[in-house]
Design a protein around this ligand. Structure first.
Ligand code: PEP
Ligand code: MN
Length: 336
């Protein structure tokens, strides 16, 4: 059960509510986000929801039996749209493209990518400065200095930054230079990191774990939300299956299902989803048809020279063609 409180609820009204919940043996957690104040009740007893809903100081109440609650569409029917400022929005009705290299490599690379994005009207640039690599001997990113250099260039160009945070300790130093924090597949259930991102006033894109279920992804999102941050997006980036012909199995099913289960924006990552350049366009378009609100994808001036994930990275002309086709596909989908 979710109870949204009136912002000015009085202490005696709160006490009356707590006594009622106690009487039906519901355990409660108070959740305060940047937008609202809630009480999450968990219990088994049958009760008349009106007996609580009509108490003073209560704005709204709903039964939500799923393990995840605040991110559920059973609680919030209207889809969440995340505003990044400067007219950039993500969510239902606002198709978003985030493009850039797997890793931020150099000032020159940043500038070339920005010029490409500006030419194509793409306003969010992706790139990693802290890279989770399967091998410790691979390039692991330029770190905070790389982020600062990148930030300076994007501000001049009016472009937003999405980048991965790997540890709680990195959040504070990064926060001023980031528009969206990305939680990578390997950290999808790092609950300490999720808790900490709940306290940050920046949107978070949460990727699905490599072997994560849809339910686990939604519960991971609930961690961020219930710690105070309602601006969460989910990202399908492919899961591990028995198939070895490609890097991951892009679970397009999950996109359709997530759009039904949650009010949060759902983003597709076709680059990691299949891991092979020549299929990225098809998987991106399929994801849009399945309901994705946006696409995050890897692009590089010379993919074959990229420090990481070159095999799944599009060249600028390939990417430009795909942006156009994705926009067309999205417009078509909206007419269905
Ligand atoms: C990335 O976006 O480059 C990345 C490392 O993604 P994932 O966490 O999905 O593997
Ligand atoms: Mn990558």
């Amino acid at each position: 059960m979710i109870i949204q409180l009136e912002p000015n609820i009085k202490a005696d009204q709160l006490q009356q509510l707590e006594e009622q919940l106690d009487a039906i043996r519901y355990s409660t957690t108070r959740v305060t986000t940047q937008f609202a104040d809630y009480i999450i009740g968990v219990g088994k007893a049958e009760f008349d929801i009106r007996s609580i809903g009509t108490l003073p100081g209560i704005r709204d109440i709903h039964r939500v039996s799923d393990a995840y609650k605040l991110v559920s569409k059973k609680w919030k029917v209207e889809d969440t749209v995340i505003d990044l400022g400067d007219g950039i929005q993500l969510g239902t009705g606002h198709f978003g493209i985030m493009a850039g290299p797997c890793s931020i490599e150099s000032e020159e690379q940043i500038e070339k990518t920005i010029t490409h994005l500006q030419q194509e009207g793409v306003r969010i640039m992706r790139g990693g400065v802290y890279k989770p690599r399967s091998s410790p001997y691979s390039f692991r990113g330029l770190g905070i200095d790389g982020l600062k250099m990148w930030y300076k260039r994007t501000r001049e160009a009016g472009i937003k930054i999405i980048t991965e945070v790997m540890m709680v300790e990195q959040i504070e130093a990064m926060a001023d230079y980031v528009d969206v924090f990305q939680v990578g597949a390997r950290n999808s259930q790092n609950f300490n990191l999720l808790d900490a991102l709940g306290e940050v006033d920046k949107p978070v894109l949460l990727k699905r774990g490599i072997s994560g279920t849809i339910d686990e992804l939604l519960q991971a999102a609930e961690y961020i939300f219930s710690n105070g941050n309602e601006r969460v997006m989910l990202c399908e980036r492919g899961i591990r299956s028995y198939e070895t012909a490609y890097r991951n199995t892009m679970d397009v099913n999950a996109i359709a299902m997530l759009k039904e289960k949650t009010h949060l924006p759902v983003i597709a990552d076709p680059s990691h989803g299949i891991g092979l350049r020549r299929y990225v366009d098809k998987i991106a378009l399929a994801s849009i048809m399945a309901g994705a609100d946006g696409v995050i994808m890897e692009v590089h001036e010379q993919p074959e020279k990229a420090f990481s994930d070159g095999q799944q990275t599009l060249s600028f002309p390939e990417a430009a063609r795909l942006y156009r086709r994705m926009r067309q596909a999205y417009e078509l989908r909206e007419t269905f």
